[in-house]
Design a protein around this ligand. Structure first.
Ligand SMILES: O=C(O)C(=O)CO
Length: 328
């Protein structure tokens, strides 16, 4: 089926730096007539009527008032991840457009990223790699002495599906698990991973050897971990952030890392992304930074597209949207 029969799906581009992956195109084309931003901009008048859905791939295309105004038949925007902080939810909803994210598809791969960062920082994997790769540098134990993960305490801030999967992984590493969440998990769920609930984040920060931040970025969580929170942490503790950069006060983090307030940080997210070349965080030895690897595996990205299609089809057919996101 082609242009006339299938609903139009606007995507940023196919392939390229900010485009949907080539491997997903055939699947998307079974359900939609794909329109790239370039095609849309070249023939706005005709294309604008065709677009019924937008698939946001890695936050692109940018959704603003002008774009929303130019799409009279737009019914739904599906996001290729769980975080929706790049979208003005109230603005989109004011156009009667539904929104959805992809929480099921992302949880395992993002939890793996968190665990990988925890292990890499604890065992100084990146520093060790550089030592081993510089031929002729004699190995010196003091340069590669890490911290033990087995038996250490992990504090998880945000126990949604990603946080819970981190707890499952940490249990296998024989870690003690503390968690903080807006709503407490059921007793059976806590017991299954051996996690202890901390009603206040302060208690968690004081006791954890590793603090993993997994909350969504909202006005309430903006700079949730600041100078005060870092000062509550143990000087031997490591901060791991896999949520959004702005959940941590980055300037306070630089100071905490430079002055030994905390041992180390491992960040999959920063603000901005990427950091400017001369940013102090890039110069500190006790920091690992990865380029928002979060969900990025073949399997997770394909599952995200499947979840997006499911959400879009439900919206276009007037059915309940499995992962609908409402403006708060
Ligand atoms: O799902 C998301 O929003 C992510 O950023 C995963 O890293």
């Amino acid at each position: 089926m082609g242009e006339g029969e299938l609903p139009g799906l606007l995507v940023n581009e196919i392939g390229g730096k900010h485009g949907i992956l080539h491997g997903h195109v055939a699947f998307l084309k079974k359900h939609f007539y794909l329109i790239t931003m370039k095609e849309f901009l070249e023939d706005r008048k005709r294309m604008s009527k065709k677009v019924q859905a937008i698939y946001l791939w890695w936050h692109k295309p940018v959704i603003d008032q002008e774009l929303l105004q130019s799409l009279p038949n737009l019914k739904v925007i599906a996001n290729s991840g769980v975080g929706m902080d790049h979208l003005d939810l109230k603005l989109v909803a004011s156009f009667g457009v539904k929104m959805a994210n992809a929480p099921r598809a992302v949880s395992s791969s993002t939890a793996d990223t968190g665990m990988a960062l925890l292990l890499a920082s604890a065992r100084r994997l990146v520093e060790g790699y550089h030592i081993a790769m510089s031929s002729g540098v004699e190995y010196c134990e003091a340069d590669i002495l890490g911290v033990e993960v087995t038996g250490a305490t992990l504090g998880i801030i945000g126990m949604g599906s990603i946080g819970y999967k981190i707890a499952l992984r940490a249990k296998a590493f024989e870690m003690n698990i503390l968690y903080h969440n807006r709503t407490r998990r059921k007793e059976q769920e806590e017991q299954a991973v051996g996690a202890t609930y901390c009603e206040k984040i302060d208690g968690l920060l004081q006791r954890a050897d590793f603090v993993m931040v997994v909350v969504s970025l909202t006005p309430q969580t903006h700079k949730l971990i600041g100078k005060r929170e870092m000062e509550l942490m143990k000087p031997t503790a490591t901060l791991i952030n896999i949520s959004r950069g702005a959940v941590v006060d980055q300037e306070a983090l630089v100071t905490a890392l430079q002055t030994g307030v905390i041992r180390a940080a491992a960040l999959d997210v920063t603000y901005p992304e990427p950091l400017p070349r001369d940013h102090t965080l890039l110069k500190l030895k006790n920091v690992i930074i990865t380029p928002h690897l979060g969900i990025k595996t073949d399997k997770a990205t394909y599952m995200i597209t499947e979840e997006a299609v499911e959400n879009i089809l439900a919206a276009l057919n007037g059915l309940p949207i499995p992962s609908e996101v409402l403006p708060s």
